[in-house]
Design a protein around this ligand. Sequence first.
Ligand SMILES: [Zn+2]
Length: 73
Amino acid sequence: MPTYDYQCKQCGYTFETFQSMKDDALKVCPKCGQESLKRLIGTGAGVIFQGNGFYETDYKKKAPEKAASSEPS
Ligand SMILES: [Zn+2]
């Protein structure tokens, strides 16, 4: 059974709950009672929002360095 993280956009309350896949997403915040819950992606064990690797590959800029020194012999 996966755990889901919810965060209330209203009061900022964050909590984790067990739900089965086919359950509807929760809406009502147990703290403030507003329908402003947002389900966070990621299954309990930390958030998987770290896409660091992507940047670095973009940065790979290989400028061709030509040794423009002509040696007269
Ligand atoms: Zn709330």
